[in-house]
Design a protein around this ligand. Sequence first.
Ligand SMILES: CC(C)(COP(=O)(O)OP(=O)(O)OC[C@H]1O[C@@H](n2cnc3c(N)ncnc32)[C@H](O)[C@@H]1OP(=O)(O)O)[C@@H](O)C(=O)NCCC(=O)NCCS
Length: 360
Amino acid sequence: MTQMQVSIEPIAVPAGLDAPGAADFVAVAELFNAQQQEFWGNNDFYGPPQAQLAGRGSTPTRRRELLAARAGADIVGVAQINLPLTDNLHSGTVDIVVAPSARRRGVGTRLYAAAEQLAVVDNRRMLMAETDHLLSGEPAGPFAGNASLVPQDAAALFASALGFRLELVDRVSRLELGSPADDEAVLEQARTAAGAGYELVFWSGACPEDLIAAYARLRQKMSTDAPMGGLDLAEEVWDEARVREAEGLARDMDAEVLVSAARHVATGELAGHTVLEVFRNNPAVVYQDDTLVLEGHRGNRLGMLLKAANLVRLREAVPEALRVYTWNAEENRHMLSINERLGFRAIGYSGEWQKELSAE
Ligand SMILES: CC(C)(COP(=O)(O)OP(=O)(O)OC[C@H]1O[C@@H](n2cnc3c(N)ncnc32)[C@H](O)[C@@H]1OP(=O)(O)O)[C@@H](O)C(=O)NCCC(=O)NCCS
């Protein structure tokens, strides 16, 4: 098909939805939403533009840029670029969406070229991107091992055509929340197995002051302890300010964040944590975020204990919650087993891709 003539331009995140320039931002936000709705066939991942105002802006730890492809008056494509500012300064991530009516006409390639240019100017040498694939997609690509779970659909072929390599495959799973008794039974089993050496601590929103340094260490460890395949990512740097930044961002996005942590009674050390996130605009849908047990504390059923306990709490705190989504590396057998025991079922796969940029 013929190429589409577009101009690529930056879109600023406005101060509010009625500020000058906000109409372009809202068009971009709705383009992301339309793609989510097209992909999932439901509105589970709808992000109100007001929440995207917070989610798509820069913060002290992350520079975020939006580029739009404009054809006449219409925005027909968008790229979001994320550039970490406190660690992994060699890297960045890019996410591209093109409106269905403008696809296969070079718009995605133009957006990517502009995004890559921006990353190169910022001295980044590695770009990462993610592709999502529902289980009903075409089976098996020419990749080895877990990679064969990623179908050769538009997203995967687009990433390959741009020079990205598939480095990690995540399983996307969903839990339909059934009877509360199910979680309570699992929780009791895990509590018995973990014994009296650990106690659970819960918070919602803000981490208690006396735990924040320990919690920052857990968040930092999360960046290295989950399998990463061939992704060229180094340990993140987390401190108290970064924890508070993440909590503030969640608040601005109207999200409720439920954290369960396990404290080792003998030493007072935090041994692990798990995080659930619910957006107030759609409390039926819950996201499973981090789950981590520190190395020295593994093998004590803490992973199961933490997750079952947080699900029990979720039901009390957010009775409207109906389903939980989670992403786990396909090679992360321990985490997948816990999730399967809790009732999560695979619904798709997500590819994590990487491209080394040449500094020309
Ligand atoms: C993936 C996506 C961004 C591609 O945008 P696009 O503007 O259609 O891409 P381009 O026209 O620049 O395509 C570039 C190359 O990618 C490959 N490609 C893209 N879409 C394809 C498709 N449907 N089937 C086969 N190959 C495809 C081709 O190699 C194509 O080159 P060609 O047309 O000369 O053969 C678009 O389909 C989209 O928005 N999908 C939903 C969101 C998404 O999956 N984003 C990807 C995140 S990395």
